[in-house]
Design a protein. Sequence first.
Length: 291
Amino acid sequence: MSLWREAESLWGELEDECGSELLRRVGLVAHGGDLRSERESLVSLGVPATKTAADEIAARFGIRLPDAGDAYLDSTAGFILAARARDAFATSCAVHGVTTLEGVTITALAPSATGVALPTSGHGTFTADVAIITAGAWARALLAPTGIELPVYVSHETTAYFANSADAPLPVIVDYATADAVTGSGIYALPSPSLGLKVAAHHSGLRADHVVATAVPDERVVERLSRWVGERLPALTATPIRTETCLYTVAPDERLLLFREGPLVVGAACSGHAFKFAPATGRRLADLALA
């Protein structure tokens, strides 16, 4: 939570710089077996996480939760407008003198006592005193020849989108009570302004030691997500309008691995939950590079 507080402030700075909304606060509903300790931890940090009955959540948002279990509402939470945030980062980098090369592959890393060389496909070799490596699911293979063994695995996650024609957006939903032994832990949902509602199950994907070039959505997961929408959100049609896959690079205990070894600063893995922290992790990686 302390990392989010740092990131929240930096998102605000980026919003001011780009003149556009990046964090949309629609609230958050969390549901699970016993969320008392989580709720109390949030309250101790100044977050208004309020225990809320299932019938009140149904009346306010049309979310149908079972009477059993615990639920709370955080009215200050929300989601990041991802495409807009990406563009804001790119614009800010350009304004501050950063050159961005797209479609360039780093083929190897060659650290030495004086710096690091980065040979590329089609753009020669770059050299630097320090290189920050944020290669996501490809980081393990890229770093292994340098002697850095990342304790991570790659998972191919399935995401589904459901049309939401309601005038008011739904809050973010985290449903811990839906964990499944075969298809992952709790289901989460958040508004996607152009597509309706994004729904996924955290850590539901197939694990691998490498990136599979052509991953397809897991129909078992799609079926599970559709069933959840039908049970929890009866106002929505429980047939997805789109499905897709994404990659998690998962470290033990879902930690964010941010560290430096010689001239290499590593920002991986991020365990599927790091984008909301991006300004804060970026600052920490920069501090490591300048140390």
